[in-house]
Design a protein around this ligand. Structure first.
Ligand code: DQA
Length: 148
């Protein structure tokens, strides 16, 4: 199975960015854990992080050409602002998991709305970085071709 993991704006700062909320692990730590888990699940995983909305939209379009079967995305702040990202997912019809490290519903009210959640197969929030592992396990077992 082929999975694309996208991390949106400011997630390159993981480890030093508001650690009380997002923890002390870096993006490199996170991506290494995901790669190791993907190996044991026999999933091929592509990794992408960008601070730019258009670059993320382009990556989603490319995923369709690459026949990526599942996208896991932490859209970060774009969750709450981007109709363009929503339209990109609608445009490619690739099933996706929306993931947030923190519990967005326990934070400021502007974080309670997502432009993606009603289009996502599932949404994870508040599990910390374990959410990425949970998403990958779910994608491996329950999404894409021959999904149960
Ligand atoms: C986040 C939550 C968003 O509200 C925030 O803008 C982020 C990270 C999370 O992972 O908890 O950048 O997506």
């Amino acid at each position: 199975k082929s999975v694309l993991l996208i991390n949106g704006p400011n997630l390159n700062l993981l480890g030093t960015r508001e650690p009380a909320i997002y923890g002390y692990d870096t993006l490199v730590d996170l991506e290494n854990n995901v790669k190791t888990l993907a190996g044991s699940l026999e999933v091929s995983v592509s990794l992408f992080q960008s601070n730019h909305e258009g670059a993320i939209i382009d990556r989603i379009h490319l995923a369709q050409k690459e026949k990526i079967e599942v996208i896991i995305i932490n859209p970060a702040a774009l969750t709450h602002t981007s109709v363009g990202l929503r339209d990109a997912f609608n445009g490619v019809s690739i099933p996706f998991i929306e993931l947030h490290i923190a519990n967005v519903h326990a934070r400021e009210s502007f974080r309670h709305h997502s432009y993606l959640s009603d289009k996502a197969n599932c949404v994870i929030y508040g599990m910390g970085l374990f959410g990425y592992e949970a998403a990958l396990m779910y994608a491996a077992k329950h999404m894409g071709p021959k999904a149960k």
